[in-house]
Design a protein around this ligand. Sequence first.
Ligand code: FMN
Length: 204
Amino acid sequence: MKISIISGSHRVNSQSEKVARYVQQTLEDRQLCEETWLFTLAENPLPLWDESIWEADPQWQKRLQPLSEQLASSDALVVVSPEWHGQVPAGLKNFFLMWGKGEVAHKPALIVTVSSGDGGAYPVAELRMSSYKNNRICYIPEQVIVRNVESVLNASPADNNLAADEYFRARFAYALGILKEYAVALRQVRASGATDTGTFKNGM
Ligand SMILES: Cc1cc2nc3c(=O)[nH]c(=O)nc-3n(C[C@H](O)[C@H](O)[C@H](O)COP(=O)(O)O)c2cc1C
């Protein structure tokens, strides 16, 4: 079992990356999977999608192949997105344009959103509405909205609001446990042959 975590903030030292690293550590500590892979868009941005991707441009292939392999060998994903101007960052939406070969198809994903204040609902709605159609990622019904993120999940207890921190640690354990069970269950769906894309390559 391999679970990959995508940190969707392209800001260095972002709170999203802090949360993504916490998720990775939790998966490992709780032995919810044998392997994890964390990809952060900070200092690692992908250029904007362009049509040469479809023409097997060697530069794009070199750039995307390692990521494609990591995603294809994953059983589940955690997508961490900050709320920026009430949106998912453009770099994360761009990331979702790249995966047309079934790398994430019919694999469960937990949405985690991050806000320094009381936000975080908009990126949940946006991801559920418009980031899955052709790549066919399966967002599970559970989600985690990390509000007032600066005051939780910090390494030093002195930096945390203790009640909120305790709540989010318990909530993550709960949500990641559910994600793991979906990962087990959806293996069967992919193995069934019913998800073949020979006739209907793209979603409607
Ligand atoms: C360009 C930009 C726009 C932002 N807009 C919002 C917003 O609309 N709602 C919100 O709750 N927080 C907003 N924030 C604050 C983020 O919630 C905060 O930076 C938080 O740490 C998550 O972003 P990060 O992962 O990049 O650190 C914004 C931050 C940036 C950099």
